[in-house]
Design a protein around this ligand. Structure first.
Ligand SMILES: Nc1ncnc2c1ncn2[C@@H]1O[C@H](COP(=O)(O)OP(=O)(O)OP(=O)(O)O)[C@@H](O)[C@H]1O
Ligand SMILES: [Mg+2]
Length: 507
């Protein structure tokens, strides 16, 4: 454990506890941040990471404990107060205004004025200058934020957080979960520069590689309690994972042995087939087959068109070329509701926009698709709803005090599991998973991979999208590689990472 003199600390949090109804989110947690340090805050889903951050930024008030900023005790009253103290935050969910331009989002509340009204020309020029300076990125700042990818929106959120006030502390709660490798590199460059200027950075992520690449120290919390603070360089991966999820090394080894049985002969029926299915400008005509008991991996870089492809298959968009059949029947009407009735399920990539209903409870969220598929007249009685909800809470280890908890009170990773439960509950014949393990901790990640293979063994067909090649290789019997909105190759699941990368690079 690291010992540090509290005078030299940028932030020192001591004995922080926080209780929510039915949940002890934090118990007596200590945390410190030095000047010019990048500090990883690690722990499983629901461990209390975001809550600790919210206490530091005045979103939540601790039940007990003290916070010192540059040696002086502070009582952080609100996020605005934190901001004025030089603590800037990018929260797990991007909370900018999608229907304002990028420039407006960056400079909102601080727009340059001319003759009593906003000087738009100057505003756009300033925003452009800031984007270039901070990120070295050329994007049109006069375009609505919502028309950019989640990744770009995330970058804008970071720029905004940095530009308001004089940030001494920057907090990033899973900022990279939807960034491509290149965008992550850009972010790391910005982080390294800030570090050299003495800014302290708290970095939350579930990607271990990134922790080792960029952080100086690691603080681990588990079930709301402090496990400890460690020098990154002196901690092995295995130690880190073991401390995070509290499982023994033997159990972990078992998880790492997950691998689709490629030699298994897929003799199942053809459950889904597309022939030159396409939508101009979005998806080039694509032909895919999927059999019962098979996992088809979709590999490719961010923006390759994988999400658009499964969107067509599920009927979120209407194709303008080709055809599709499900279980031998030609599809005539493309709509999500028709898809559910046909036995398709789609776990969307953008869970916030297309999935979770904040105001509903865990139970209501889980039974939603099942109820919609059966029609609202065939009401699923309450006892049955609880039975279904509780089954999946157990299966996916969803951390919630009860099925009646509002889903917005769950941690990010646990909200994700609720959406997965929703689609599993429909008992689909074809399960389409778009980045199902994003934001999920390492332990649960392996559990989800295992679950997918188990479902395949039971005869379900699955389309699995992930930006982590290793994960695609582990879970897939067959892999289609996409680039530039078209399928460019297909491999059997025993191919190598190297081989797929080669094809993606266009060699
Ligand atoms: N407003 C709230 N009301 C009730 N419970 C809450 C609230 N906010 C958080 N919790 C609970 O506190 C615990 C810690 O949640 P927190 O969001 O801090 O986890 P986390 O470590 O950030 O997880 P993840 O990796 O999934 O984002 C969870 O059990 C969560 O359900
Ligand atoms: Mg969180």
């Amino acid at each position: 454990m690291t010992e540090t003199n509290s005078d030299t600390l940028l932030i020192s949090m001591q004995g922080i506890s926080k209780v929510f109804p039915g949940v002890q989110a934090l118990t007596n947690v200590d945390f410190s941040l030095k000047y010019g340090e990048i500090h990883a805050l690690m722990g499983g889903n629901g461990a209390g990471k975001s809550t600790l951050i919210k206490v530091l930024t005045g979103v939540e008030h601790p039940d007990s404990g003290h916070i010192f900023l540059a040696g002086k005790e502070v009582h952080v009253r609100s996020p605005q107060h934190a901001q004025s103290l030089g603590i800037s935050t990018v929260y797990q969910e991007v909370n900018l205004c999608p229907n304002l331009t990028v420039a407006e989002n960056i400079l909102i509340g601080r727009a340059p004025m001319r003759l009593g009204s906003i000087d738009w020309k100057k505003l756009n020029a300033q925003a452009q200058e800031i984007m270039n300076r901070v990120l070295g990125m050329e994007i049109d700042v006069t375009v609505m934020l919502g028309s950019y990818s989640v990744a770009i929106q995330q970058m804008v959120a970071i720029v905004r957080a940095l530009e308001i006030g004089n940030a001494k502390v920057l907090i990033l709660d899973e900022p990279t979960s939807s960034l491509s490798r290149r965008e992550t590199e850009q972010l790391f460059e910005v982080m390294r520069r800030l570090k050299s200027e003495g800014v302290g950075i708290i970095f939350i992520t579930h990607f271990l590689d990134q922790v080792y690449e960029i952080t100086d120290r690691i603080t681990i919390i588990r079930n709301g309690g402090l496990v400890g603070t460690f020098e990154t360089a002196s901690m092995t991966r295995l130690e880190l994972i073991t401390k995070m999820i509290g499982k023994t090394i033997i159990e972990l080894e078992d998880l790492s042995r997950i691998k689709a049985n490629i030699s298994k002969h897929i003799s199942g029926d053809l459950v889904l087939e597309t022939q030159d299915l396409g939508q101009s400008g979005q998806v080039e005509p694509i032909s895919l087959t999927l059999h019962a008991g098979e996992v088809l991996g979709l590999a490719g870089l961010v923006g390759a068109g994988r999400t658009e492809t499964v969107g067509l298959i599920f009927g979120l968009e209407t194709p303008d070329s080709g055809e599709m059949s499900v279980a031998g029947k030609k599809v005539r009407h493309f709509s999500p509701l028709d898809s559910i009735k046909r036995g398709l399920a789609l776990l969307p990539e953008d869970r916030k926009a297309a999935g979770i209903v904040d105001e509903l409870t865990v139970r209501e969220n889980i039974v939603l698709a099942l109820q919609a598929g059966q029609g609202w007249f065939k009401y699923i009685n309450l006892a049955k709803q609880y039975e279904i909800a509780e089954k999946y809470m157990k299966l996916l280890e969803i951390a919630t005090p009860s099925a009646d908890q509002q889903v917005k009170n769950l941690s990010g990773g646990n909200q994700q599991k609720v959406i997965l439960a929703r689609w599993l509950a429909t008992n689909p014949r074809v399960l389409i998973l778009d980045e199902p393990t994003r934001g999920i901790d390492v332990g649960t990640k392996a559990e989800i991979q295992k679950l997918v293979l188990l479902l395949a063994d039971e005869g379900k067909a699955c389309i699995f999208i992930s930006s982590e090649l290793e994960e695609v290789l582990r879970t897939s019997h067959r892999i289609a590689v996409m680039s530039d909105h078209r399928k460019i190759a297909e491999f059997s699941g025993d191919t190598s990472e190297h081989e797929i990368m080669r094809v993606m690079a266009g060699e």
